[in-house]
Write a protein that binds this ligand. Structure first.
Ligand SMILES: *Cc1c(COP(=O)(O)O)cnc(C)c1O
Length: 368
């Protein structure tokens, strides 16, 4: 499969061998328990918290794109907390991005601290401290929402030297944007709620790892705590992954156009998109990533101007989350994270570029 290009890999990821009279992607299996052999007991499927055919097919799909065995979870947070709690023990230290997904920091400052796990916060763009004594380094690149990127290969080498494990949150990039395991990371964690599935209709998370012992710990955690996604969500996610390459291509092209457009306006500041040659993230992003995702960030100066802009825009939905087929924008400070009041995370959808630029022009002009 790896010899094919991205579009082909996305379409065929996790599909079973063709069987005459059967669908390409078998429908969701709705079962908690399955029939057992009365004499020999459990076979491939016994109980859906531990074995599920629809979930296995999705895991095969994501695993094919990430390049390692994969476990899916009910949400990105279920996956990330499963990783943290199955790897970290009292007395351990974890390094987390200071500018990454804020619920992870909140979890570290609450539950992990109460369990006696120490957290070191490191800005994604660095500088990275001496990692001696750190058990796990979680990177998020590009970081959400500020879009700094970090050099996974270099940090993984330094972390391994210090005896630490390295996990990368691959939510924003997706496995078609970068493959952290190939760059030296031990684990990938991600939310599949965003661009991976891309239709804003499913919550999903996953953990991928090449080391069976490491992934085994996460699997035991999942088996015993039960944060699995349902059959229909797994099927919907798998169905959606077929178009990942197409969606990313349009989102990325839209982001390139939107970022250039915003840069040229003097009523918009702080434009960030790692694919812009003038962006501080560009040198590492262009060396490390296979494509840059459709998320752009910028500042409109005040909460009021963001509200006017979003009220005027016809093609930009005010919404959190990102990576979907519809263009959305989120004023992050409304959720209590530490961005400035006018900071906007803008997620380009798959609308036509010219329509989007015309809508943005009109909405910005009338919201000054
Ligand atoms: C959304 C997100 C998460 C959490 O995922 P959910 O599916 O919402 O639980 C984790 N990391 C990043 C970078 C995210 O954007």
């Amino acid at each position: 499969m790896t010899s094919y290009s991205d579009g082909t890999r996305a379409v065929h990821a996790g599909l079973p061998e063709p069987v005459v009279g059967e669908p390409f992607l078998p429908g969701p299996v709705f079962a908690a328990p399955y029939h057992l052999d009365p004499a020999t007991g459990p076979g491939e499927n016994g109980y859906a918290r531990t074995e599920h055919p629809t979930r296995r097919a999705l895991e095969a799909a994501i695993g094919a794109l990430e390049g390692a065995p994969t476990l899916v979870f009910a949400s990105g947070q279920a996956a990330i907390t499963a990783l943290l709690l199955s790897v970290l023990r009292t007395g351990d230290t974890v390094a987390l991005p200071a500018d990454g997904y804020f619920t992870v920091r909140a979890f570290a400052e609450g539950t992990l601290r109460d369990l006696g796990v120490k957290t070191v916060l490191v800005p994604t763009a660095g500088p990275y401290p001496d990692l001696t004594g750190v058990r796990l380094v979680l990177l998020e690149t590009p970081a959400n929402p500020g879009l700094d990127v970090c050099d996974v290969r270099a940090i993984a080498a330094a972390a391994h030297e210090a005896g630490a494990l390295v996990a990368v949150d691959n939510t924003t990039a997706t496995p078609l944007g970068q493959n952290p395991l190939a760059l030296g990371a031990d684990l990938v964690v991600a939310s599949g709620t965003k661009a991976l599935t891309g239709h804003s209709d499913v919550l999903l998370g996953y953990v991928s790892a090449g080391d069976p012992e490491l992934l085994g710990k996460v699997e035991t955690w999942r088996k015993q705590t039960g944060g699995v996604p349902g059959a229909f969500d797994c099927w919907l996610a798998h169905r959606s992954i077929a178009t990942l390459d197409l969606r990313l291509a349009r989102q990325s092209a839209n982001a390139a156009a939107v970022a250039e457009f915003l840069l040229a306006r003097d009523d918009v500041s702080g434009v960030r998109w790692p694919g812009l040659p003038s962006d501080p993230s560009y040198p590492i992003a262009s060396a490390q990533m296979r494509r840059v995702p459709g998320v752009v960030s910028f500042d409109l100066g005040s909460a009021e101007r963001v509200a006017r802009f979003l009220t005027e825009a016809k093609l930009v939905f005010a919404a959190t989350s990102f990576g979907g087929v519809h263009t959305t924008a989120d004023r992050r400070a409304q959720w209590g994270d530490d961005t400035s009041p006018g900071f906007v995370r803008f997620s380009c959808g798959i609308e036509d570029t010219s329509d989007l630029l015309a809508d943005l022009t009109a909405a910005l002009d009338s919201s000054v």
